[in-house]
Ligand binder design. Structure first.
Ligand SMILES: C[S@@+](CC[C@H](N)C(=O)[O-])C[C@H]1O[C@@H](n2cnc3c(N)ncnc32)[C@H](O)[C@@H]1O
Length: 193
């Protein structure tokens, strides 16, 4: 099962014609995210977010288990003259170690068993930027399996003890042709040592 999913990701990355898009949780909040520092783009894919974070002055580690994605990211980084550290890594087997990063980005990836390791991997003062699909969503957005989408308010509770700096989860309220639908976004900070 694990290898099947990884192979599916390899094919998807090989067939994609761009690097993906930069997560709105980053672009909307660039003023909160001023490097330098060590950043981790967890399950980075082809790395649009990695490159954006490197452009903000972070020293970025980009981890994914799809070799195709990392190869595309490395080529794009070379073209742009940006330094990034890629690692081919199954993050469920090798999660980040404690007190390692000043910023951790998780974009469009949800593995709940990893949340304690992600929380512990933040350095004091470090920020977690998280954006992924929510269950309260107009049809057609995100993975079909609801287990891979966040329940209402779930992101607020997955990382206890962090100080909330930004949160957005619009669901299906009001005019669904506007806004950022089908997503939950959070920036939260580790405020104690
Ligand atoms: C939906 S993509 C998101 C990519 C990127 N974060 C973005 O927002 O564009 C999910 C990524 O997670 C990676 N992934 C899934 N399970 C993984 C695991 N156990 N270890 C490392 N990477 C994994 C896949 O290879 C894929 O690149």
């Amino acid at each position: 099962m694990g290898d099947d999913r990884r192979n599916q990701w390899e094919s998807r990355h090989a067939g994609a014609d761009d690097l993906g898009s930069v997560a709105a949780v980053l672009t909307r909040n660039a003023h909160l995210l001023q490097g330098p520092g060590r950043a981790l783009d967890l399950a980075c894919g082809r790395g649009a977010n990695t490159l954006w974070l490197a452009g903000q002055g972070y020293h970025v580690s980009a981890w994914d288990y799809a070799a195709t994605a990392l190869e595309r990211l490395r080529r794009a980084a070379d073209r742009q003259g940006l330094q990034v550290d890629t690692a081919l890594r199954d993050i469920t087997v090798e999660p980040p170690g404690p007190d390692t990063f000043d910023l951790i980005l998780v974009s469009h990836f949800l593995e709940r068993t990893l949340c304690p390791a992600i929380l512990a991997a933040l350095r004091p003062g470090g920020v977690l930027c998280y954006q992924t699909f929510s269950q309260d969503s107009p049809a057609g957005l995100g993975p079909a399996n609801p287990a891979f989408r966040l329940a209402p308010n779930e992101l607020l509770h997955l990382f206890p003890g962090l100080r909330l700096r930004y949160y957005r989860e619009e669901g299906e309220l009001g005019d669904c042709s506007r806004g950022e639908r089908g997503l939950a976004m959070m920036i939260a900070q580790r405020v104690t040592a």
